[in-house]
Design a binder for this molecule. Structure first.
Ligand SMILES: [Zn+2]
Ligand SMILES: [Zn+2]
Length: 252
């Protein structure tokens, strides 16, 4: 399983960090976790196989996590020759079908009928969804918006957990236990803490519970870059740590 962090930023737009999006490649599965603004551009910049993405999984409905989904659907229809014919699976929490319906009302029916088969699946937390090739996706409800979920991607013995956007919840730390990589939002420094997002200290506390093979921080607002992230995390967690950047890649 290979992870590429495509968008490690937020809606606080900065040159170096696109909105949220990460590509997971495992066998024939190419799974895009979130698809915020700038992610489609990053896929092209990094020469990643964007025409062959098989699944898009949304963690929640904030636009910094799905703003480029219409762009990708349009690109698959008009941006490649021959146009895409392979099916695409869109996965998300309860309400995803309604979101896609509203996007179709705004942009046109091609959102759901772009010339290739599109399925929309609302994942039920705790019921792993097979993606094919022995890869499965599971979700956990997390405290951010009413619909927000974290994802776990399992391929063979390997496991990636992506928090999406979340506040601190010990249940998330327990659920992420044993993961090889914990891709964890790290929005704001302690001085700006809010219940809907994590501070680096809380990322450390989550990792202390989960004990992942590696903690990878993403979804950084600019003020989070002004503090010593490693030192803040290290108060609770001393394992391997990466502050992701757009285009960072690791084999899991
Ligand atoms: Zn976000
Ligand atoms: Zn959000």
């Amino acid at each position: 399983m290979r992870l590429t962090t495509l968008g490690t930023g937020t809606v606080a737009l900065t040159p170096g960090r696109a909105c949220a999006g990460h590509l997971v490649e495992a066998g024939d599965v190419r799974l895009l976790l979130d698809c915020g603004s700038g992610v489609a551009r990053r896929l092209a910049e990094l020469a990643l196989p964007w025409p062959a993405i098989t699944h898009v999984a949304l963690t929640h409905f904030h636009v910094d996590h799905h703003g480029d989904l219409p762009t990708l659907l349009f690109a698959w229809r008009y941006g490649i020759l021959p146009p895409r014919s392979a099916p695409l699976a869109i996965v998300g929490p309860a309400g995803t079908a309604d979101l896609l319906g509203r996007l179709a009302a705004a942009y046109g029916t091609w959102i759901l009928e772009p010339g290739f088969p599109v399925t929309v699946t609302e994942i039920a937390p705790g019921e792993p969804l097979p993606l094919g090739g022995g890869v499965s996706l599971d979700a956990l409800k997390v405290p951010h918006t009413a619909e927000s979920v974290a994802y776990s991607v399992t391929a063979g013995a390997r496991r990636l957990v992506y928090t999406g956007d979340t506040g601190f919840d010990p249940a998330l730390g327990a659920w992420a236990g044993g993961s090889d990589v914990l891709l964890c939002e790290c929005s704001l420094p302690e001085a700006m803490a809010i219940p809907e997002h994590l501070t680096p200290e809380q990322c450390g506390a989550l990792a202390e519970l989960a004990r992942p093979g590696r903690l990878v921080l993403t979804h950084l607002y600019p003020p989070a870059e002004d503090v010593n992230l490693s030192a803040a995390v290290a108060a609770r967690y001393s394992g391997p740590l990466t502050v992701a950047r757009d285009g960072w890649q690791t084999d899991i």
